[in-house]
Design a protein around this ligand. Structure first.
Ligand SMILES: [Zn+2]
Length: 236
């Protein structure tokens, strides 16, 4: 049982450890396989226990004690007799087509929120700057969606200058839309014009059953174009 617990800590649930190779460059490769009596076809949900062939995939997992961890998983492909097609078994904790575990992305987000800089995160997790940004924003978006709720009755809009376009020599703005009464950020969009807000905000508001009945323009800038016409009939 202790070995099983340790195996579950290092690997993912339902994976059995076959062998370990640790290199001096602080990389550890854990070869493993999934053990189950049958798998369910993702197309027609028919159970299958007919193994078609095997393939090995390598996915990056969260580092342990500063060492990179790679799971080399020997995956089975099952044959679905109903679809007449093979399918690859899924592994809990790894999304389809991903080259890293969900745990790796969660750890990366934790590091991004707590480390001194993103370049430090990049060094520890041994990945590119582009990947750090991509994974960070993906995780933040998932977090944001978990906390979403229907549009409130009153929203506030404010624009902020956030960078300067050097080619056009103009200031660029971003607009923030907040739940005015509960003081919570609902959406952030680039630009400050009605056209810029149209897709992410107006369409969403029109589709929402709880269309807001009041808009409050927080900014004191005079040139802006926001205005509210009528209850449950949002127009800019
Ligand atoms: Zn099938």
């Amino acid at each position: 049982m202790p070995l099983r617990t340790l195996s579950n800590f290092i690997l993912l649930p339902e994976l059995n450890l076959l062998s370990i190779r640790v290199f001096k460059n602080k990389q550890g490769f854990y070869r493993c396989e999934k053990v189950s009596g049958f798998e369910v076809c993702p197309r027609c949900a028919t159970p299958s226990n007919t193994i078609y062939d095997h393939r090995e995939v390598e996915v990056k997992d969260a580092p342990i004690r500063g060492k990179s961890v790679y799971l080399k998983i020997k995956k089975r492909r099952f044959f679905c007799k109903k679809c007449k097609n093979p399918f690859t078994e899924p592994v809990p904790g790894i999304k389809k087509g991903k080259r890293c575990t969900d745990r790796f992305e969660r750890e990366l987000l934790h590091a991004c929120e707590n480390y001194q800089s993103l370049s430090r995160v990049r060094k520890v997790f041994k990945c590119s700057t582009a990947y750090v940004y991509k994974a960070l924003y993906h995780q933040l978006e998932l977090k944001r969606r978990m906390n979403l709720y229907p549009w409130p009755k009153t929203i506030g809009i404010d624009e902020h200058k956030f960078k300067r376009n050097k080619q056009l020599s103009i200031a660029e703005f971003a607009s923030i839309i907040v739940d005015y009464n509960n003081k919570r950020v609902m959406e952030l969009v680039e630009g400050k014009t009605a056209a810029g807000l149209a897709k992410p905000v107006i369409e969403d508001l029109c589709l929402s059953e709880n269309s807001c009945s009041e808009m409050v323009k927080i900014s004191t800038g005079a040139e802006n174009t926001y205005s509210m016409i009528g209850s449950n009939n949002t127009q800019f």
